[in-house]
Design a protein around this ligand. Structure first.
Ligand SMILES: [Zn+2]
Length: 296
């Protein structure tokens, strides 16, 4: 629109001359006069603009007079300004903006992808590190556990092989007769302690020792004798079977036989005797307490 007005002002000379007081010679007036284009200049300018108008769709041959040409130029300028030119410019701007926006979007998307990839990589790295740490810890624990087990096994072996360690000879029993008890079942007073338990209940050596007897022994039935490190001999009687042979080393808790009813007995039980230095039998109960810490 501003181009249109400017063109209009330029091709309408003499406006200043028609204003009141136009005849006075003022600097302002002279400047206005000087700047007013001559008719030759107007025609030249009009022709140039008409040529431009022709380029945007107006035929040069249709322009019959400078006035008509002038109108066509104005129209062309208007047309350029409001029509194609404005349209082209807007399209270009929009295209450029779109391109810029798209490129920004692509850049943003790329940045986002990079960030996500970096985050994923960092997460994977952290997870891998954590896994490695866990594996290292597991290995360390396994190693420590193996070492602890080895130590425990060694300690157990040492304890098992200990000459003074004791284990109870039988489980699930009840005492039916004590040492020194009189009665018509025995030729002398009772020489041991009776632990009644079901037939087949395992009977174990009370301490580490060597089997010195494993045979039938008259009123004792099947009997095993074990000599221990301090020379004490323990007897296991009335058994249903033997689990060891003479000369065999047994550890505390090793089975030597099983509860039976062999020999002079009215019911299944272990008749247990203790013979210090292989001599006369003593009361097993204080011996078990004092030598083994057992309190049957
Ligand atoms: Zn007995």
């Amino acid at each position: 629109m501003s181009q249109h007005r400017a063109a209009g002002n330029r091709v309408t000379p003499g406006n200043a001359a028609r204003k009141p007081g136009a005849g006075r010679s003022s600097a302002k007036h002279r400047v206005a006069r000087r700047n007013t284009p001559s008719s030759t200049q107007i025609v030249g300018l009009t022709a140039a603009l008409a040529a431009a108008a022709g380029a945007v769709g107006f035929s040069h041959s249709t322009l019959a007079s400078p006035t008509q040409a002038n109108s066509a130029v104005n129209l062309a300028a208007l047309s350029l300004d409001n029509g194609q030119l404005s349209g082209i410019t807007t399209a270009r701007i929009q295209a450029r903006q779109l391109a810029t926006r798209d490129s920004s979007r692509v850049q943003l998307a790329a940045n986002d992808t990079n960030k996500k990839q970096a985050a994923a990589a960092a997460l994977a790295k952290a997870r891998a590190a954590k896994l490695n740490a866990t594996q290292a810890l597991t290995a360390k624990r396994a190693s420590a556990l193996a070492l602890a087990k080895a130590k425990a096994d060694a300690a157990e072996k040492k304890l098992r092989e200990s000459a003074t360690r004791c284990e109870m000879m039988i489980s699930g029993y009840h005492i039916t007769a004590t040492f020194g008890q009189g009665g018509n079942r025995w030729a002398r007073n009772h020489t041991g302690t009776d632990f009644a338990a079901p037939i087949g209940t395992p009977i174990r050596s009370v301490m580490k020792g060597v089997v010195i007897f494993a045979d039938w022994a008259g009123p004792y039935g099947r009997q095993v004798q074990v000599r221990h490190a301090d020379g004490t001999v323990t007897w296991y009687n009335h058994m249903s079977k033997f689990s060891v042979s003479v000369g065999e080393t047994v550890y505390a808790g090793d089975q030597v036989g099983a509860v039976g009813v062999t020999g002079n007995t009215t019911g299944p039980h272990l008749h247990f005797e203790v013979h210090p230095d292989g001599g006369e039998a003593i009361d097993p109960m204080p011996w078990l307490r004092n030598h083994c810490g057992l309190n049957p």
